[in-house]
Design a protein around this ligand. Structure first.
Ligand code: SF4
Length: 334
């Protein structure tokens, strides 16, 4: 379904979130402004794997990611028995969401698990077009790695963005290469800078995922990443803490006492530091971890999402602060 809503300016309705009394530019606020109605994301699994799982750039995947099921046979170009079509997944996901949000009729198809541009462009086109053909789908959100957007993929995304809302989310994680090495990411920060530069001006929204609280990173390091996000001028950011799920290398490292995890109070301080350094035009799509509870080994506090959000709001209020308080166009390069 093509979006019939007028596109906003490059930065949306910047600062209107402040007039609405919010301390930061929430995703809910953005979606309401952008589409004029409630819109929810529906996650779909198209069967992708990742280049740091299948050996193209590394083996085993990111240290925190339970990717045991991301075998190469999951590639969307391989016939896999039992995998539901994108349409079937959307129907089921929409049905589930409508149990909770009865008034919601419009959705974004969120290509979420693994690297969702890691296939030949013809296969990608078929998957994305199938999602957009769903009568309740207003657009796409596509999670991927910055080293997986060749020119033909960007051209496809730009073409789709001329007809639909399209958001591309790059796994940046941090600007510090030593942390990217630690997590077995298989790309450096220069890859993110390059992907964002090549994506700019193509009509789709650019977002980044960032982890706050990586081992060995100081508050100053995290603030440096925030200033780098500002410098890159991306439209949206997802922040989350480092959390541990079953059957990952990180679970073993934490069990051996090699990797400390932030307490909630420390995380709140760091997230507020980051929010203060992001431009007021950057949409904050997420403020904490999102893994389903049964898979999370810790920290337990990140499963209490409402409590975490309230603690972040409280800290902002105590500082008399808000998103962008320590940001200015010139400061972004400091
Ligand atoms: S975190 Fe993302 S890039 Fe890393 S292995 Fe998991 S799905 Fe792949």
């Amino acid at each position: 379904m093509s979006s019939t809503f007028p596109p906003p300016g490059r930065h949306g309705h910047a600062h209107s979130w402040r007039a609405a009394g919010l301390p930061y530019y929430t995703y809910k606020f953005f979606l309401q402004e952008r589409f004029g109605r409630r819109v929810q994301r529906v996650s779909v699994d198209a069967g992708f794997t990742c280049p740091n799982v299948d050996g193209s750039v590394a083996w085993g995947g990111c240290v925190f990611c339970n990717n045991a099921s991301f075998s190469p046979s999951r590639r969307p170009t391989e016939p896999t028995a039992g995998r539901r079509t994108i349409t079937q997944q959307l129907d089921a996901g929409i049905h589930r969401l409508q149990q909770r949000y009865r008034d919601c009729q419009h959705f974004l198809a969120y290509f979420q698990p693994a690297t969702n541009t890691y296939a030949p462009v013809a296969a990608l086109r078929a998957l994305y077009e199938e999602a957009l053909a769903h009568p309740q789908v207003m657009g796409l959100a596509i999670g991927t790695r910055p080293d997986c957007v060749a020119e033909d993929v960007l051209e496809l995304l730009a073409e789709l963005a001329r007809r639909n809302y399209v958001s591309v989310e790059y796994g940046m994680q941090t600007m510090h290469d030593r942390s990217l090495d630690w997590m077995n990411r298989g790309h450096d920060h220069a890859a993110t800078v390059d992907a964002v530069a090549r994506s700019r001006g193509r009509g789709f929204e650019i977002g980044v995922h960032v982890i706050v609280g990586l081992p060995g990173e100081t508050r100053a390091d995290m603030c440096a990443t925030a200033r780098e996000i500002a410098r890159l001028e991306v439209g949206a950011v997802k922040l989350h803490n480092l959390y541990v799920v079953h059957r990952t290398p990180l679970a073993e490292q934490v069990a051996r006492g090699e990797v400390p995890l932030l307490e909630r109070a420390e995380y709140v301080q760091c997230v507020v530091d980051v929010l203060e350094r992001l431009p007021p035009t950057t949409v904050i799509q997420r403020l904490g971890g999102e893994a389903p509870g049964p898979y999370v080994l810790g920290p337990a506090w990140c499963l209490e999402k409402a409590g975490l959000r309230q603690a972040i709001d409280r800290e902002l209020a105590e500082r008399g602060s808000y998103q962008g308080r320590h940001w200015s166009p010139s400061a972004a390069f400091v």
